[in-house]
Design a protein around this ligand. Structure first.
Ligand code: ITT
Length: 203
């Protein structure tokens, strides 16, 4: 089955290809389909923004699409950067955005944080389905590691033994992350959907 990933984020594309290719999906990014648009994220929640991104791509290709709206919520910053993670404080680079979080947390006792990932899957018929995964952890005192993307060099998940996500093998993130959790819900759904189709065809 063909699945288009509605994102311009190369880190997300890599992770989704790694996850879905072994499951037999023919995965490609919107760029590989020559859809070069940046959808305006005008929603106020991860769910709304995920739906906006998936719908914009579905409207152009009318095939199965998934989008991903995700971000980092830092407790001591009242949940910021949240849905503004990709454009935190208007800073241009991932490194600058990470440094802004580290600066804001200087001297903070509570460094707890979580990653959130909301996937919107639009099936070939146009029906929307939402799946949300959360990964709890904390913010490191300095950047460490080069794997992954975005805030990975400053995020220490609760299951990581004190190491940042960027310091651990990609396979760790593929197993435990916010994205992995949302994807597990999506793949369960896709399997159920496939079984229902076979049952219907046999009736
Ligand atoms: P698209 O909208 O094109 O998908 P984007 O980067 O703008 O790309 P989002 O609006 O969902 O995507 O913003 C997500 C940001 O949150 C992303 O740019 C990272 O900074 C951060 N983020 C999300 N998932 C992450 C992860 O697994 N590891 C590190 N940072 C992550």
């Amino acid at each position: 089955m063909e699945l288009i990933i509605a994102t311009n984020n190369a880190g997300k594309v890599r992770e989704y290809k790694d996850i879905f290719a072994p499951l037999g999906f023919d995965v490609c990014s919107q760029g590989e389909k020559n859809i070069h648009i940046e959808v305006e994220e005008t929603g106020t929640t991860f769910e709304e923004n995920a739906a906006l991104k998936a719908q914009a791509i579905y409207d152009r290709c009318h095939t199965a699409v998934i989008s991903d709206d995700s971000g980092l919520e830092v407790a001591a910053l009242g949940g910021e950067p949240g849905i503004y993670s990709a454009r935190y404080k208007g800073l241009a680079t991932e490194h600058e955005r990470r440094m802004a979080i580290l600066d804001a947390l200087q001297g903070a006792e509570d460094r707890s944080a979580r990653f959130v990932c909301c996937i919107c899957y639009i099936d070939r018929g146009g029906a929307r389905h939402l799946f949300k995964g959360v990964w709890n952890g904390s913010i490191a005192c300095a950047e460490a590691g080069t794997n992954g993307f975005g805030y990975d060099p400053i995020f220490i998940s609760e299951d990581a033994g004190g190491k940042t996500t960027a310091s651990l093998p990609i396979s760790f993130k593929e197993k435990y992350s916010h994205r992995a959790k949302a994807v597990a819900m999506l793949t369960d759904y896709l399997k159920r959907e496939a079984v229902e189709k076979v049952e219907k065809a046999g009736r």
